[in-house]
Design a protein around this ligand. Structure first.
Ligand code: ADP
Ligand code: SF4
Ligand code: MG
Length: 341
C-alpha cells in the first residue's frame, strides 16, 4: 500500500438546467497513492472526465460539485483559496487530453510553448527554460530536441504532439499526471508507446498517474488499480490483475468481453460492444443504473443500495448479488489484448 496522494470521497456533480439540476456523477469515491497508476474506465458518458476535472476544480459556470472531501496530500481541494487553487493547478497536477492539437497554439513553435509553461508553472528564467525544454523533450522521448523544438504543431505527428503535451503537463514536476483519453486518437502502435512513456515517467519521477479511458485494454496495459464507472457511479474497483481475472460486477465483465482480441495471425479484431446504450443521466435514479443491460437483473435491482461492498483485498463491487451469478475464481478468459501479463 502506497502513501495516499489523492482521496476523492462521495463526489457528486450536477449541471444546472432550466428545470433544476441534472446529476451526472453520484457518490463517487476513489483514491490514488503516491507513485500509483490508477485507471478510470467506463463507456462514454459515465462521468469520467467531469470527475477527474473536479480534482482541479475545473467546472463550467453551470456545474455544481459537491464532495465530502477531495484531498490532495491531506489538503481539501474544495476549500482552497483562489491563490492556493492556482498553485495546486500549476504545481500539483498536470493534465493531458485526447486531442493535443486543439490544446497547442498552432502559430507558436512547440519549444516556445514548453518554455512558456516552464516560465509560468515553474517560475524559470527564459534562458533556463530554453535549456530545460531540451531536457524535457528528451525525457518524453522526442529525439533531436534542439531541432524539433522549432517545429509548429502541424509539422509533428499525433504521437509527437501528445509527447509535447506531456512535456507541458510535467513541466512543473507534478505529483499527479491525469491523462484523459490521451491515446484514444492515436494508432495502436503509437498508443502503446505513449502508455509506455507514462509508465516510464512514473518509474523515473515517482509521479502518480490517473489514466482515464473508455478502453479496458488501455487501462489493463499500465495500471496498478482500476476504478470502473457507469452511469455516474463506481461499479467496481480493485487491483487491475484481480479485476481482469475475477471481475465482480456484470458491467466490468461486459467491458472486458468487448476488448479487441489478437487472433492467431496477430490481427486485432474488434469485438461486439455491450448491447444497448449507456443511460441518459436524466433517467438514472435510485437502484442499479446497469439494470436494463444486465443479464442478471431482476425486479429487486431497481431499488438496490449502490454502496460498494468488499469482495477481496482492496477490491469492491456495487452489485450485491455477485455470489449468485459469478463463476468460480479463474474461470474467466485470459487472452485479451493488453491484459496484464
Ligand atoms: N459542461 C457540461 N454541461 C452539461 N452536461 C455535461 C457537461 N460536461 C459533461 N456533461 C454530461 O455529464 C455526463 C458525464 O460526462 P463525461 O464526464 O464527459 O463522461 P465521460 O468522460 O465518461 O465520457 C454526460 O452525460 C455529459 O453529457
Ligand atoms: S445490481 Fe442487479 S442489475 Fe445491477 S449489476 Fe447487479 S444483478 Fe445486474
Ligand atoms: Mg471523457
Amino acid at each position: 500500500m502506497t502513501d495516499p496522494l489523492l482521496n476523492v470521497e462521495e463526489l457528486s456533480i450536477a449541471f444546472r438546467q432550466r428545470r433544476g439540476e441534472l446529476t451526472v456523477v453520484r457518490d463517487v469515491s476513489f483514491d490514488v497513492g503516491v507513485g500509483e497508476v490508477v485507471g478510470l474506465v467506463g463507456e462514454s458518458g459515465s462521468g469520467k472526465s467531469v470527475s477527474c476535472r473536479s480534482i482541479l476544480r475545473l467546472m463550467p459556470a453551470h456545474g455544481v460539485m459537491r464532495a465530502r472531501a477531495i484531498e490532495f496530500l491531506g489538503r481539501d481541494v474544495t476549500k482552497l483559496s483562489d491563490r492556493e487553487l492556482r498553485d495546486h493547478r500549476r504545481h500539483n497536477v498536470g493534465m493531458v487530453f485526447q486531442d493535443p492539437y486543439s490544446c497547442l497554439n498552432p502559430t507558436q513553435r512547440v519549444g516556445e510553448q514548453v518554455a512558456e509553461a516552464l516560465r509560468v508553472n515553474a517560475g524559470m528564467s527564459k534562458i533556463d527554460a530554453r535549456a530545460r525544454t531540451i531536457e524535457l523533450f528528451e525525457s518524453v522521448g522526442i529525439d533531436r530536441g534542439a531541432e524539433r523544438q522549432r517545429s509548429y504543431p502541424h509539422e509533428l505527428s499525433g504521437g509527437m504532439r501528445q509527447r509535447v503535451m506531456i512535456a507541458i503537463a510535467i513541466s512543473a514536476g507534478p505529483k499527479l499526471l491525469i491523462g484523459d483519453e490521451p491515446t484514444t486518437a492515436l494508432d495502436v502502435t503509437t498508443q502503446a508507446q505513449i502508455l509506455a512513456l507514462m509508465s516510464r515517467l512514473r518509474d523515473d519521477t515517482g509521479m502518480a498517474v490517473l489514466l482515464v479511458s473508455h478502453d479496458f485494454g488501455v487501462v489493463a496495459q499500465v495500471c496498478d488499480r482500476v476504478v470502473v464507472m457507469y452511469g455516474g457511479r463506481v461499479m467496481e474497483s480493485g487491483p487491475v490483475t484481480q479485476v481482469c481475472t475475477e471481475p465482480q460486477h456484470p458491467y466490468t465483465r461486459a467491458l472486458l468481453e468487448s476488448i479487441p482480441r489478437l487472433e492467431a495471425a496477430g490481427r486485432r479484431v474488434r469485438r461486439e460492444g455491450i448491447p444497448g446504450q449507456p443511460p441518459n443521466p436524466a433517467d438514472v435514479g435510485e437502484g442499479c443504473p446497469f439494470a436494463d443491460r444486465c443479464a442478471h437483473a431482476s425486479a429487486r435491482c431497481s431499488s438496490v443500495d449502490m454502496s460498494l461492498r468488499p469482495v477481496g483485498p482492496s477490491h469492491v463491487t456495487a452489485c450485491p448479488f455477485v455470489g449468485e451469478w459469478s463463476d468460480p475464481p479463474g474461470a474467466t478468459e485470459s487472452s485479451r489484448v493488453g491484459g496484464p501479463s
